[in-house]
Design a protein around this ligand. Structure first.
Ligand code: PEP
Ligand code: MG
Length: 349
């Protein structure tokens, strides 16, 4: 990926070489640079074809360890051209698609939400599906729902913080998720958790809505092992450092936000893009801590930020003990290849 280019002083008609893998843009390259670029491009195309041919095979490290590779989606539409055999399940459904473009008086109803979740479960054909409760705010404003005019919305009322202040909206989503869970293995994941009381509050709301559905005889998925599990994202350093204190059935590390909050470098700020590096030792140390604590508690742990699909960062994540990732569908093949190449003797990972 190339970010933070700012103004590019290219002349009209001038040749420019964009190398997304290396993160470089070369203007007016000389003949030797162009030749080297062509060799790299050719090798990249061969590697991509080889990875693509193996996308339906499981990811197993060079030392024989199986690593689960799930996909991240932004709604059922993303699945139209995908085959579920490419992945071990869906590790992140961003449900903001249901709220986008809606006004406060037309937020998505329970039936509409349940239908969307069922479609996703049907596609997954029995593979686990982790659906995240709405993560509005910060980089994902929803007009009429998120707070307007916050000075720093990334540190404001977003994710679970907002959901808990609007329980009448949150309860609708929890009911829809419980109803959809009759259609397949569904996990509910809570975004932007910072302190244990947030998870406690979500679990009480979930139990209350389950009881309310039972009271009127509406079918729902069972809650607990073998049924609906309630887990949290670890995106805030406070949660990463105190995971032992949380009531959670599973954990997924949101490395996009965890990186920006650890490095104090905005995920969408080109001027500090170099600092916002998920491979920085500070971030990797937090990942190791989370993996170790989750494993010691017997809680499944995965990672669903972009770092999980980045061949440069994958060796660090595997080195930190992670054995499950969830990545954008477009990078599943490359991520599996990077996992297969680990550990590499040359890099000493
Ligand atoms: C993350 O923060 O890493 C994440 C997966 O969530 P999002 O990118 O939707 O904030
Ligand atoms: Mg996030």
């Amino acid at each position: 990926m190339v970010v933070g280019l700012g103004f590019v002083p290219a002349a009209n008609g001038e040749i420019a070489l964009l190398d997304a893998a290396a993160g470089t843009l070369t203007l007016a390259p000389d003949r030797a640079t162009r030749a080297r670029f062509d060799v790299r491009r050719e090798a990249g195309a061969v590697a991509a074809a080889r990875a693509g041919a193996r996308v339906h095979e499981p990811a197993v490290t060079a030392s024989g360890e199986r690593v689960a590779v799930h996909i991240n989606i932004g709604g059922p539409a993303d699945l139209a051209s995908l085959d579920s055999t490419m992945c071990d399940g869906i590790g992140l459904v961003r449900t903001e698609f249901l709220f986008d473009g809606r006004t406060a008086d037309r937020l998505p109803g329970e039936d509409e939400q349940a239908e969307a979740y069922r479609k996703i479960l049907a596609w997954a054909a029995g593979r686990p599906v982790t659906i995240r409760t709405v993560d509005a705010g910060g980089d994902k404003p929803v007009p009429g729902y998120t707070i307007e005019g916050e000075l720093n919305p990334f540190l404001g009322l977003r994710g679970v913080r907002l959901s808990l202040t609007r329980p009448e909206i949150f309860r609708v989503q929890l009911r829809a998720l419980l109803r959809a869970a009759t259609a397949g293995p569904l996990q509910i994941m809570v975004p932007m958790v910072s302190v244990p009381r947030e998870m406690t509050a979500v679990r009480s709301l979930l139990m209350e809505e389950a009881a309310a559905l039972d009271a009127v005889g509406i079918a729902r998925g069972a809650i607990g092992p073998g049924g609906v599990m309630l887990g949290m994202m670890v995106e805030v350093p406070a949660a990463a450092l105190t995971l032992d204190r949380f009531d959670t059935d599973f954990v997924s590390i949101g490395s996009n936000d965890l990186t920006q909050y650890t490095m104090a470098a905005g995920r969408d700020a080109p001027s500090v893009a170099e600092l916002a590096d998920a491979a920085d030792p500070a971030v990797i140390r937090l990942v190791s801590e989370v993996v170790a604590v989750a494993k010691s508690r017997g809680i499944p742990v995965s990672l669903c930020g972009d770092a999980g699909g980045d061949p440069r960062v994958i060796p660090h994540l595997l080195g930190a003990g992670l054995r499950s990732v969830s990545v954008a569908p477009a990078v599943v093949a490359a991520a599996k290849e990077a996992i297969r190449a680990w550990p590499s003797e040359h890099r000493g990972d």
